[in-house]
Design a protein around this ligand. Sequence first.
Ligand code: HEC
Ligand code: HEC
Length: 292
Amino acid sequence: MSIFKRPAKARRAALLPIAVGTLTVGAAFLAFAPTASYAQSNNPSSLSNYGYTGSYIYGSSGQGNGNNGPITNVNLNPSTIPFGRSLFVENCASCHGNNAEGSSRAPNLQGLGAATIDFWVSTGRMPLADPTVQAVRKPARFSRSETLAIDAYVSSLASGGPAIPNVNLQMANEASGSELFATNCAACHTITGAGDALAAGVYAPSLLSATPTQIAEAIRSGPGNMPRFGSNTLTDQQVADIAKYVTYLQKPVDQGGIALGHVGPVTEGFVGILIGLGLLMLAGLWIGGKAK
Ligand code: HEC
Ligand code: HEC
């Protein structure tokens, strides 16, 4: 029997879960907002018509030079490798393979560098629930020491790539960072760091939740559709300057609107529709109940 042939009371009872469900889906989008396919997110040429002209070249020198520069390396502890391996096998291997060699479901992680692994795990992008959508920032699944252990395991499989940067903001210059941000980052992330859609299904996320380490990691590793900035493009000093400026941007928190998990304007509109629809349905049910 269709729900529309039932008595009004039963009909309301049947519609209520739908209204609540719509609200729940809206709320779920606050946390997880898939916006692009894996194929799209791995195709940097999708940004070519966007007009970005910076250097994509990655240089291997100057990553965390010594112990007293504006950026120093975070050293991974080899004794954590067995623990990291067990976490990796349990949480990552189903897609990336036991030895991080990659599979048809996910890319090879060997030799990408400790900074790359740390960025994806500490921003909650990994582990990915659904390998067909672009990874988004979400609460990290692992503690700091677990993340570093996973990183120690993957980094033990092959060398190469940037180390985890520790940014000394005290040695950084905010004014220089502001200029560098305007030239190198604002085109995609906007001048306020709020983020923006770049092309169909591709967006540059808000920078308002990233830590100085994650900012430097993103710059040096170039996640997804973001270009890599090697030390021949931005020196460690300049990376630290940019990180300092972004932390300044993070202080005036209210940029207008609510921060919907920093997933961009398209999703915000969609969430608005879902939540609005859910509320309207609830209101309709309530008025219907009164009229009876
Ligand atoms: C359900 C499958 C799945 C699981 C589980 C998963 N990943 Fe991934 N991973 C992917 C896919 C797909 C991509 C490519 C995503 C993209 O480019 O947006 C990816 C990308 C990455 C990248 C970036 C690779 C690059 O080339 O830049 C890293 C690093 C990474 N994963 C690490 C991990 C770690 C560590 C874990 C476990 C904590 C994990 N992943 C769990 C599917 C998965
Ligand atoms: C061509 C466009 C583009 C430029 C230029 C660019 N980015 Fe990005 N950025 C992206 C995209 C796209 C992502 C999302 C990558 C993903 O998750 O797949 C991103 C992600 C990030 C993140 C991760 C944010 C988070 O919290 O998850 C940070 C931090 C970041 N970028 C900083 C910068 C900085 C600093 C610069 C300038 C030095 C810069 N980006 C330049 C496109 C760009």
